[in-house]
Design a protein around this ligand. Structure first.
Ligand SMILES: [Fe+2]
Length: 377
């Protein structure tokens, strides 16, 4: 059953969209909101019937018990991130099937992510790094949107521009989704011809967006130029220096950072500190040095979701960064290295609040310890 009208504005309900496939969990949430009447379209969604028209459905009434933003903000941030990924996957599938990309829906996702990022920045940045085996491109796309919005806010860009950058980030790799599955999912090295096709994804994405109603020139530019580098070594056109706008330079930094720091349970990801070191090594050559310094201050040297070793011989997961004390975040202490045991329950320490014995010694690779940080966020 496909819901087409909930009867309340998006700000008043916890769903990513006003229209979506109904399942047991969403019906329960609708009941919890106290909504007693919704409109469904039997022609849409899984198991859709042929023919028919939109009709009213009545979920059993129950009083609202919670609203968006209340209760566990971290859980909401995690759920929103997952819903955004699924929604982007569905939109892109539609586009691959030859239907027009619904930019309005992308803008709506961007808007909702921008609210969540405003209310729970650390949770959004932490959950954004977590990847599953499949759907890498969609997860990366959503997170580039989130990171671009965080970066734009840090640079005090106007809010409408922040959200426009969010949408642009979400569709920046849309050209990649047009590649044959055989190339996208190929486990081994690509042939020169296949590699050339991959290198064509920026201009192919830009072409698609130029034909998409509602796609901004900013989105077209970022799709087309996010692999360009200021020293002219990028592709597809080898643009350089002032030919690249500040937004394009930001997108290049965010794209590389997200690709190298993603937490992948199936693959050795790099700690964020290593990701920052990689982009810093490109500073002033391929990537903009001033913007890199600002980006490092924006995400912090130990971004949320990082695994760190404390001077007490314990491992901790970073929950929240402090902008004024970048090396003293709020952490959850999860593992005692010398005792070789998990700490249960894992205490939360705010290192900025007078815990001199608990300095961070260094970032650790979660894969080395088989400790996925997402378990402790
Ligand atoms: Fe790309």
């Amino acid at each position: 059953m496909y819901l087409v009208e909930l009867g309340v504005k998006w700000a008043m309900h916890p769903f990513l969209h006003n229209q979506f496939e109904l399942d047991t969990a969403s019906i329960r949430k609708i009941r919890d909101l106290g909504i007693t009447r919704v409109k469904v379209d039997p022609r849409r969604g899984r198991g859709a019937a042929d023919g028919g028209s939109a009709k009213e459905a009545e979920p059993p009434p129950r009083r609202a018990s919670k609203a968006k933003g209340d209760g566990d903000g971290r859980r909401w941030a995690r759920q929103l991130t997952q819903e955004a990924r699924s929604a982007v996957r569905d939109l892109v599938r539609d586009a691959r099937a030859g239907r027009a990309l619904r930019m309005q829906d992308i803008d709506e996702i961007s808007e909702e992510l921008s609210v969540a990022l405003y209310e729970h920045p650390d949770a959004m940045l932490a959950f954004g790094r977590i990847r599953s085996r499949d759907q890498y491109t969609y997860q990366h796309s959503v997170n580039v949107g989130v990171l671009l919005m965080a970066f734009a806010r840090y640079l005090r860009m106007p809010e409408p521009h922040v959200r426009a950058l969010g949408s642009a980030g979400i569709v920046h790799d849309i050209g990649k989704t047009l590649l044959p599955d055989a190339i996208i999912a190929k486990p081994g090295p690509l042939t020169p011809e296949e590699y050339q096709q991959v290198k064509d994804h920026p201009w192919r994405g830009a072409e698609l967006l130029r034909q998409t109603p509602g796609a901004t020139s900013l989105a077209v530019r970022i799709a087309e130029q996010h692999h360009e580098r200021i020293d002219g070594t990028g592709y597809p056109y080898g643009l350089s220096g002032r030919e690249l706008s500040i937004e394009t330079r930001m997108a290049a930094i965010v794209d590389v950072y997200d690709a190298v720091t993603a937490i992948r349970s199936y693959h050795r990801g790099r700690p964020p500190t290593e990701g920052l070191r990689i982009i810093a090594s490109e500073a002033g050559q391929a990537l903009d040095a001033t913007l890199i310094r600002r980006f490092v201050r924006c995400v912090g040297i130990y971004p949320p979701g990082s695994l760190v070793r404390l001077s007490t011989g314990k491992l901790a997961v970073v929950l929240e960064a402090h902008k004024r004390a970048a090396d003293k975040p709020r952490v959850r202490v999860v593992y005692d290295i010398s005792a070789e045991r998990m700490i249960d329950p894992p205490p939360i320490l705010d290192l900025s609040q007078g815990h001199p014995a608990h300095r961070i010694e260094r970032a650790e690779d979660p894969a080395s310890w088989a400790l996925p940080p997402e378990r402790f966020l």
